[in-house]
Design a protein around this ligand. Structure first.
Ligand SMILES: [Zn+2]
Length: 77
């Protein structure tokens, strides 16, 4: 079984502090995945960062993960 340790370094979208996270990716298909997203909570400001990365350790984007927003339901009539 393929197992990869991926080290991600990025800046928190909330406070701008550098965050380092090590993730373990397992399973086949990980290595040729185009990109996976993971949510990492900043230990400093508790902002949730959504990090898009590939298993080679490159980061393709960091964005603020949204907390669930309620979508107003359209009325049917
Ligand atoms: Zn932060």
């Amino acid at each position: 079984m393929l197992s990869l340790l991926v080290c991600l370094k990025f800046l928190c979208t909330g406070c701008g502090d550098p965050i380092e996270a090590t993730l373990q990716c397992e399973g086949q298909g990980v290595a040729d995945n185009d990109g996976a997203a993971v949510k990492i909570v900043c230990p400093g400001c508790r902002a949730r960062n959504q990090v898009i990365f590939t298993p080679d350790g490159s980061i393709h984007g960091v964005m603020r993960a949204r907390t669930y927003e309620r979508i107003p339901e359209p009325s049917l009539n």
